[in-house]
Design a protein around this ligand. Structure first.
Ligand SMILES: *Cc1c(COP(=O)(O)O)cnc(C)c1O
Length: 245
């Protein structure tokens, strides 16, 4: 285990938190009449030391989420778990597409035609098929990245024409409200929008688009009720982040 910051969570404490999050996922699944294994826990390790990724692998999680290409480039070579998957969940500029295609096992933040072109070309040069999600601003939040809902069908069709990309589904982030009740209402509306988009497009395009990456520490129950297949959890596993990200 590499050295980590003195105030970083211990592995024992991390294991307790993973169990607690799994219990929340199981409860939300039970309430929605879903099987608990249909929702994956993605450990969001951004801003945390590489030990966070090692913890995730050691506790049998499949993947970690990072929101900056450069941070992942700095950390991944030091990660001791060769089979751990790394997913990009933060905004990607097209000039970093090549590095992202090289570094990540999946990119969840694809939100433009330009990015689709750049990632496809980069994946082709690397001789790989890069799995992607389209990030949709399903809550119409002016402060968030993500394609508009109305542009999603066109982007999905374009993604399916890219030979070196594999479109797995969609990702979204719900807008915050001024009060907890408003935040919950935004979350329900945002996640329902993403679910309807998928339910509409999958049969039309004749592809499963099974992944719905939605739900974070604060809104995972609403996301699971709406059909989330992957919740992205940072704070509830590793504690609050040293700097806002
Ligand atoms: C940081 C981040 C998360 C995790 O958020 P927490 O509230 O710490 O669980 C999830 N998704 C994205 C896109 C993020 O940037």
């Amino acid at each position: 285990m590499p050295a980590s910051a003195p105030d970083f969570v211990s592995y024992q404490e991390f294991i307790r938190r993973v169990a607690a999050v799994h219990a929340l996922i199981a409860a939300a699944c039970a309430a929605a009449g879903r099987a608990a294994h249909t929702v994956e826990l993605l450990a969001v390790t951004k801003t945390h030391p590489v030990a966070a990724a090692d913890y995730a692998a050691r506790s049998s999680l499949r993947a970690v989420g990072e929101n900056r290409v450069q941070e992942a480039a700095d950390k991944r070579p030091h990660c001791t778990a060769p089979t751990l998957a790394w997913e990009l969940i933060g905004h990607l500029q097209s000039n970093k597409a090549k590095l992202a295609a090289q570094l990540f096992d999946r990119v969840q933040s694809v939100d433009s035609e330009k990015l689709l072109h750049h990632l496809d070309r980069a994946a082709a040069e690397l001789g790989k098929i890069l799995p992607v999600l389209l990030q949709i601003n399903a809550g119409h939040d002016p402060a968030k990245f993500g394609a508009d809902l109305i542009d999603a069908p066109r982007l999905a069709e374009l993604a399916l024409t890219k030979k070196n990309l594999r479109l797995d589904g969609f990702m979204t982030i719900a807008p915050l409200g001024a009060t907890p009740a408003e935040t919950t209402a935004h979350a329900r509306r945002t996640f329902a929008n993403l679910r309807s988009l998928r339910d509409d497009l999958a049969p039309r395009l004749a592809v499963p688009l099974r992944e719905l990456s939605m739900g974070m520490s604060g809104d995972l129950a609403e996301a699971i009720a709406a059909g989330s297949t992957q919740v992205r959890i940072g704070t509830a596993l590793f504690g609050s982040r040293p700097t806002p990200a």
